[in-house]
Design a protein around this ligand. Sequence first.
Ligand code: AMP
Ligand code: MG
Length: 416
Amino acid sequence: MNPCDQPGLTPVDTAIEYLLSQVTPVREQELCPLEQACGRVLAKDVISPVNVPPADNSAMDGYAVNPGSLDSGRTPIGLFRQRGIVLAGEVFEGVLSAGECVRIMTGAVVPDGAKLVVMQENTEVVDAGVRVDHPESLRDGDNIRRAGEDIRHGEVVLAAGRRLTPADCGLLASIGIADVDVVRPLRVSLLTTGDELVAPGSELPAGKIYESNSFVLRPILARLGAEISAVTAVSDTLEAIQEALETAAADADIIITSGGVSVGEADFTRTAVEALGKLDLWKLAMKPGKPLAFGRIGKTLFLGLPGNPVSALVTLHQIGLPVLRSLSGETISPPVRIPAIASERLKKRPGRADYQRGIAELHDAGQWQVRSTGQQGSGILSSVSKANCFIVLEQERGHVEPGETVMVEMFDQWLS
Ligand code: AMP
Ligand code: MG
């Protein structure tokens, strides 16, 4: 049964689990040059065609030596005849016999026959050759970076569903890959509704407010690499909203709206979606952001966020992003939350999970402490702007007294 049909408010986790079960990830893929691939989602596993590093190489500037047998009981060789020098990018032709060495630079391939590298600081050039300090402490493999120690030929380096980070792109470059198969960008249509909304930059007539939600939602969607088409002040009539939805549904994977999903006189978004497709209305046990609409128009998903700016942001972040990321083919994991000590009283009523906005700091003793950014109303956007984290207070919790432990979710790459 659809959990939103059950009486009472739906816990956030239950809603996310259900919504994710309704998502069919985008499958179409495209080949992307590596220099543009950061942030894209891998469409296929990447298997390494090479070893990294490709050959045993020196981790130090020094001497690659063949000390003969390093078995215990024998007197180790301490003086070596230098056969040459090998720099990074070069290969020494020849095989070192016992008692021979080659001067070697960091990153250069270790010559055949060499068993280890002695760092330069532990050597001395004398008339008879190169003398090493404490030859009894030499060990096979000292200061050698082995072929394949980072990545082995044939190994799965990165799995399908991975959203590529800068380090991932470096890893792909290190195995010689110049183009990657990625999932095509999501096509997102963003609609903000409300007759009271006026674009910033114009005069503000009496009774109107500046439209701000699109300026919050669009950059978050842009960080997903989505292709966004936006209409930023659809008027509050059933016809206007229905028309905007029909146009959007024609080519978007998902339509995201803000406003018009509560039970006010001018809240037509719900009715419009119901007329064109299917819609579930959720009363989430979360604050801010109780009303949330989810449905589809044809093949296009629909997510109706609340209109209040903080509610729109919090629901997009907490509920919308898991849906969008999963739709974009990404393998997702739950957000990281850490315990912190509340340094002041936090007001909270049992019944809904609170996502209060806070400032968390790490104190000298290694303990996180958190305080509120002040007024927490769902229209107070400055409460988010000043914050570096959400203070996530459990659904049934009441007021938090100073010194109590709370869970904190630091703002991640979508909000920072
Ligand atoms: P609604 O859900 O449409 O009733 O909107 C709830 C509140 O959020 C109202 O105070 C709206 O004026 C405000 N609001 C809705 N959409 C926006 C927007 N795009 N930018 C700023 N405020 C908005
Ligand atoms: Mg409205």
